[in-house]
Design a protein around this ligand. Structure first.
Ligand SMILES: Cc1cc2nc3c(=O)[nH]c(=O)nc-3n(C[C@H](O)[C@H](O)[C@H](O)COP(=O)(O)OP(=O)(O)OC[C@H]3O[C@@H](n4cnc5c(N)ncnc54)[C@H](O)[C@@H]3O)c2cc1C
Length: 302
């Protein structure tokens, strides 16, 4: 089934959009984990209108989910690992459960994407071998060795996307073990990827291009490309896949006042569009994105 709209993220931005979409009777799928919303972690939210005594993040999350569901929004708690243009028109979204969903419109509402790696020289080598998107840059590493830093499904996906190109793939987990699904782990092994646990300390190179990664055991893993894929896929990762403009300095998806990105059909809302990082702005931006899409859909129908 193709939905009218897929909302990526089940925090205040995504669920606010979902309430508007569902009440307008537009088929809407929310993909996200309500427990992963930063608002759900708040001890007490005191600056959101309508709660004079404040509301715990947990209660706010439960009420928001209930409200979206009440009007018919479908919320599927799956981790998003990829999104791209569909051959049927519109867009598709893939999850780590290997499900694929399609829609004419997307709203990116995956929250903040700040995942500092702590690896020295990461920023210095951006564009000189450091990358965040294998779909975008994999081609440049034909027959060359690469390292992927990360230990979840996102890292697995990035590494597997590099299989047709790279001569050797090493996946480095900063944690003691890999936390990706069994299926991904098996696929990596089948494709002869090296799975290494340990801390990557520094990107090494000649200032113009990357040569490798210095590990905490003093070994250097030779690599021409280093792909960072820490944590789960965030709004910025998805944006890069789809060619959406980003402000790299403030780590924000660029939108106009209607919450439109530069790609027709894709909107963004909430923390992923930059400061202020507040529940009220996330809710407002989700509403604006939804209203714009409802308007677009109704205009098309004439
Ligand atoms: C401890 C704390 C206290 C806070 N207190 C307040 C406060 O009192 N008042 C206030 O206004 N603001 C507060 N904030 C800020 C507020 O929580 C955020 O501004 C707000 O949650 C942003 O909403 P959002 O929907 O953009 O993102 P989020 O709430 O972060 O939601 C993002 C959603 O995307 C999902 N997601 C992300 N990646 C994936 C993926 N790959 N696959 C599937 N789903 C994914 C998450 O699971 C989540 O559902 C606080 C933040 C924190 C951390």
């Amino acid at each position: 089934m193709k939905y009218n709209v897929i909302i990526l993220g089940a925090g205040p931005a995504g669920l606010s959009a979902a309430v508007y979409m569902a009440r307008a009777n537009i088929s809407t799928l929310v993909l996200g984990l309500p427990d992963g919303s930063r608002a759900s972690w708040a001890h007490n939210i005191e600056n959101y209108l309508g709660f004079p005594d404040g509301v715990s993040g947990k209660e706010f999350k439960e009420r928001s989910v209930a409200q979206a569901k009440k009007f018919g929004a479908v919320i599927v708690e799956e981790e998003v690992i990829a999104s791209n243009y569909s051959e049927n028109g519109g867009f598709y979204v893939e999850t780590s459960k290997e499900n694929r969903y399609e829609a004419d419109f997307l709203i990116l509402a995956l929250g903040l994407s700040v995942k500092p790696s702590g690896v020295k020289n990461e920023v210095e080598y951006i564009g000189k071998g450091v990358s965040y998107c294998s779909t975008c840059d994999g081609f440049f590493y034909k027959d060359r060795p690469v390292v992927v830093i990360g230990n979840k499904d996102l890292a697995a996906k990035e590494a597997l996307d590099l299989v047709p190109f790279a001569s050797k793939i090493t996946v480095v987990s900063h944690e003691k073990k890999f936390e990706m699904s069994e299926n991904f782990l098996n696929k990596l092994k089948l494709n002869n990827a090296d799975l290494v646990t340990g801390k990557a300390l520094e990107i090494v190179g000649d200032n113009e291009k990357v040569n490798g990664v210095l590990m905490d055991n003093n070994e250097i893993i030779a690599a021409d490309g280093v792909f960072f894929a820490l944590g789960n896929m965030g709004s910025l990762d998805i944006a890069r896949f789809l060619g959406i403009e980003i402000n790299e300095k403030s780590k924000a998806v660029l939108v106009d006042k209607s919450m439109r990105t530069n790609i027709p059909g894709i909107y963004a809302a909430g923390d992923c569009t930059g400061e202020p990082y507040q529940v009220s702005t996330a809710v407002g931006e989700g509403a604006i994105a939804a209203l714009e899409i409802i308007h677009e859909i109704r205009n098309k129908k004439g």
